[in-house]
Design a binder for this molecule. Sequence first.
Ligand SMILES: N[C@@H](CCC(=O)N[C@@H](CS)C(=O)NCC(=O)O)C(=O)O
Length: 253
Amino acid sequence: MQPIVLYDIPSKLPKKKWAPNPSKTRFCLGHKGLPYEVIWVEFCDIAATMKGIGASPTAGKRYTVPVIKDPNTGAVVSDSHAIAKYLDETYPDKPLIPRGANVLVETFETLFLNTVMIPSFRLLMTRTLEIQNDISREMFIESRLKMFRETRWEDMAPEGKAQQMWAALKRGLGVVDGWYQKSGGRWIMGDTFSFADIVVVSWMVWWNAVLNKQERQEVHALHGGRWARLLVDVNVECNTDLGSFEEHSHSFL
Ligand SMILES: N[C@@H](CCC(=O)N[C@@H](CS)C(=O)NCC(=O)O)C(=O)O
């Protein structure tokens, strides 16, 4: 089998990886044990590169990553959920989305985003600017200001509001902790590992890349250490190495 090509965004971090959506695809490919290689695309080059390979835009008609190009079938697939479905259809061993659970898994991410990410997005975006390569800074600022309907970067997450967003992230995690407690197993679907767990952990890969050490330790200690444990468990399940909360990948101190 020829390696699948994964398009991902680099950063200033030593291992370059940081972005939540491409992380989902890394976990998916790892879970299925499929060989892949990465093509790094700067944030400012995503649209041109994706148009160039014939990839479709995703929600909001934006060109985004992850995108995969599978030389074994000729397929070019955009969007982390569509990629998970494509991988299950084309390489059915070790399913990512259990039969019949498509809608539930997709709805799960919307709920997770609304509960944890939306209330804290602006804070994480301002932190993300710090790890963007210089070439992408301007475009990152411009596009995120437009996305959040702001005109000045300072208004994205001013000090007092940043504290509230940080508190909201932790509160949201408390809700998700409740879901895991009710699941009857260590995964969202009880004893069945699924794309839903990949979703949760992929957003954590982002936090791990942008939060400072103290903040990471705080998340680590929350809910009996659930999040650090889940990150390790998913990495084991997927045979991946996508960071842990102990790893000090970056410091803003
Ligand atoms: N629904 C898409 C969202 C993808 C997405 O937003 N990716 C981000 C990186 S994590 C991106 O490429 N952003 C480029 C932009 O906003 O211009 C998916 O699940 O793949």
